[in-house]
Design a protein. Sequence first.
Lengths: 413, 288
Amino acid sequence: MDAGDIKIEVKELSLIFGKKKAQALKMLEQGAGKAEILEKTRCTVGVNKANLQIKTGEIFVIMGLSGSGKSTLLRCLNRLISPTAGDVIVNKVNITKEDNKALLETRRIEMSMVFQKFALLPHRTVLENAAFGLEIRGEDKEQRLQVAQEALESVGLKGFENQLPSQLSGGMQQRVGLARALANNPEVLLMDEAFSALDPLIKSDMQDELIELQEKLKKTIVFITHDLDEAIKLGDRIAIMKDGVIEQIGTAEDILKKPASDYVKAFVEKVDRKAIITAGSLMFRKPNTVTLEKDGPESVLRKIRESAFEVLPVINKNKVFEGFIWLPEVLKAKKQNAESIKDFITTTCPSVYPEVTVEEMLPLITNTKSSIAVVDEATGRLLGVVTQTSLVIESTRFNKEEIVELKEQASEQ
Amino acid sequence: MEKIINIGEYIELAVDWLTDNFAPVFDLIKNVGNTSIEGIEWLLVTTPFYVVIALIGLLALFKAGRGVAIFSACGLLLIYLMGFWVETMESMALIVFSTVIALVQALPLGIWAAKSERVERIIRPVLDLMQTMPAFVYLIPAVLFFSIGKLPGAFATVIFAMPPAVRLTALGIKQVPADIKEAARAFGATNKQILFKVELPLALNTILAGVNQTIMMALSMVVIAGMIAAGGLGEKVLEGINNLDIGLGFESGLAVVILAIVLDRITQALGQSNKKKVVSLSNIFKRK
């Protein structure tokens, strides 16, 4: 990772609640556990030596159950809570060492926050709420209302400017919260369980819209959630927290495929893998192939024998996927003494891009007997094949009892 | 029964000491205060009664609706017809003055109490004392400090009427949701910005309820202050009692009741109309 790409860096950050902070911190450094520290010093460890690097322009999700310290960690980023030890570096500036005035500037310009319960001012209109951050910053009225208006339009609230928050639904109120944060045009958006208070359908819509907005805006977003599905949907990278400790940081696939601890494992087993595992990760790379221009029926037959498959993918000399060739067709070609296998390949077969999920691929196998080719989106080159067997195994990997058991295991922790 | 501890003696000593050593200060307060009260009085008395009634009626119409407006106009007219107009305006002047002085002290105190637990712990018993002490007791030091007249009346009134405004201001500010304050902080608001842009606006209705209570308590005390020659309706009530004049007592008492209802309904509506934000004229006439 290039140092220039890093927007926020958290180094050895600890946060302790209670009176005997110094003693608790010392114990923490000596490796004492949360329970032991609580017993001896009556201090609670909120965050335990967290290290993070958040890249410019990514959606970084911090996920954990309640009490895992995720919201506390988020509040250390803009120092709504001051950490007991460690550093938070934003744009190469150490926030933890900033004086009050510089801190206010950081909050006013660089970071905006979106809250779980919206936290809108009930006596102000939607427009005035959206302009609140700019008002605090001291922008003149005309200017700030204009910017707020644009922010409201970008979240689809045009026409609601003069309503009061209480007249809007939860989803719309959170749009106002989002507009308020966007109006400040910060580089960093801190979102504290921003969609957790919304009902599932609205939540899903808001997630889609956030992704869409992010395509345009390219902010650095730190998103807190307790919902792994949400984390996977939104997060470019995900950090999983438990008891104030970051258990694992990685992409959704890293975490699903290689959970770093039993806790993470129990957590991820709850997720519907079908929706996460993609063709790219499931495919068999560098399969045996047949090149259309080069291989005649004889050599195809030999390759089929070597590979022990009765069907092989066909590519042209530019490695672009052309179709599949089946053993009976090859034999037919040989009988007719054909020069080329061109007329014998099956071209009406599905091919997918690497980011297509297992769930999306499942319907394809009903129409074909061959594997599914995975091709590059830009060039059409064959990247690999997903066999029907592996697809079926992946989508039915756990039987029902196993899933129930894993879910229980996860929620107990 | 024999007194074992004589608290009264110490209080007396303290009051004596204050009057001996701070006489010029009390004189200054008295002069400034009397001038202010007389100024307000002059304004209310010299303005023709129908103008005053019309203004109060209009205020009631816009803020509290048609019913209150009609009642206010008729009630005040009745006071005028009974011949208590000047006394009522005198009482009104005293109420206005006392309420303003009480609020000027109560609002900052209330805010302070909301912000600091220690301040609240100190203030609370003092407020209890101020509210539960029989109102007449305040008249004694008031007279000792300022002799008799309007200002000692106002002094006693301020002490008696201040507590609800302090309490409700503190309550209102404490009730502001923590997440809204946190949001303001996250956007880089200073403490002052949080107070003026978040806490006070959100506490406004509760604070206005406190203002209403203060006005009502000021009214009740202003009547009692008639005993120390503060003038106004209180003096008429007292005259009725002293002469066992049932007619005079009832009439002046009725004037107090009308004034109380008018002030209460209008100030209460101020707090509520704030919620609705905009009340258009057409709505006022449609409302029951």
